[in-house]
Design a protein around this ligand. Structure first.
Ligand code: ZN
Length: 297
């Protein structure tokens, strides 16, 4: 079985990105896995502290491991936005393949110092675990926001990126380049898109020489995602688009069968809705050179 670092190196060489999709239940996990398997492309499943709290850290690790082994398929598990060493240790001990160690709320030097300590501690438990560091402000919740939210976020500068990566010794780096968690109402209605600073991505990539992650990519213009991947993004996080599809799919599953109480007759509508979003995004991430119409059919 290939390792996550090998998958990321191949993505870097091929100028493509690995899709990262958050899961909080079996509907989301099934949808992500089925979409990735249909397209035969490696995939990262993410679970934040809140998602792990709900689904169970060890239970999620066991589910993903069972899929990886039974189907001999490159599906990996990431501990998304982990804010303490204790929570990171819990995930690594459970068998997670990577950790987003997120102390981005701290001043940069303190963030780098504590992240470096975490890198050493976590790799002493599993030398293959990958640690991602994060600086800058990309907002907190993968939720629906009012249109006025987070309009003036400060972007990561090249010197900040370089000094953080040198000090923290992370494997993967997450900059703030116009991305943000969650989606505004206008994005859900379809009349607004997030835009990314492509030149900044290219400059940061050259400066740090590591796989780069784009968090909060839901609602980003396809064209910007393609160019961002070309400029050096290797992991793209999608969560809110999935949550939206999950809710709509669930509602349609319930509405279609008014007196139905059998979960496995209601929930497939939610799986299908989420799977369509994952498949569409994976096609874009793995073929960023292909035109929108061709890749999203
Ligand atoms: Zn994120």
């Amino acid at each position: 079985m290939q390792k996550l670092i090998e998958v990321l190196r191949r993505a870097e060489n091929g100028r493509v990105a690995v899709g990262h999709f958050n899961v909080a239940d079996l509907v989301l996990l099934k949808a992500v896995f089925e979409a990735a398997r249909d397209l035969n492309t490696p995939v990262l499943v993410g679970a934040s502290e809140g998602e792990r709290e709900f689904a169970g850290t060890r239970q999620l690790a066991a589910l993903v491991k069972s899929l990886r082994e039974e189907f001999d398929f490159p599906i990996f598990l990431n501990a998304d936005h982990t804010h303490s060493l204790a929570k990171a240790l819990e995930a690594v001990k459970a068998g997670f393949d990577s950790v987003v160690f997120d102390l981005s709320a701290l001043p940069l030097e303190e963030n780098a110092r504590q992240t470096r300590e975490a890198v050493e501690t976590l790799k002493s438990i599993n030398p293959d675990v990958l640690i991602e560091g994060e600086i800058g402000d990309i907002g907190s919740g993968s939720e629906i926001h009012e249109d006025t939210a987070g309009e003036s976020r400060r972007l990561t500068t090249v010197p900040e990126a370089r000094s953080f990566v040198e000090a923290a010794r992370v494997d993967v780096f997450a900059p703030a380049v116009g991305n943000s968690h969650g989606m505004r109402k206008s994005m859900i209605e379809g009349h607004a898109k997030k835009r990314l600073d492509i030149d900044r991505i290219r400059e940061i990539k050259t400066a740090v020489g590591l796989p780069l992650t784009l968090h909060g990519a839901s609602g980003t213009a396809d064209e910007d995602l393609r160019r961002a991947i070309g400029a050096g993004i290797n992991i793209v996080h999608i969560n809110t688009e999935l949550r939206l599809a999950w809710r709509r799919g669930l509602e349609s599953g319930l509405a279609a069968r008014e007196d139905e109480v059998v979960p496995y007759k209601i929930l497939p509508a939610a799986v299908t809705a989420v799977q369509q979003v994952v498949a569409s995004r994976l096609k874009l991430f793995t073929n960023p050179g292909v035109s929108v119409n061709a890749s999203r059919n």
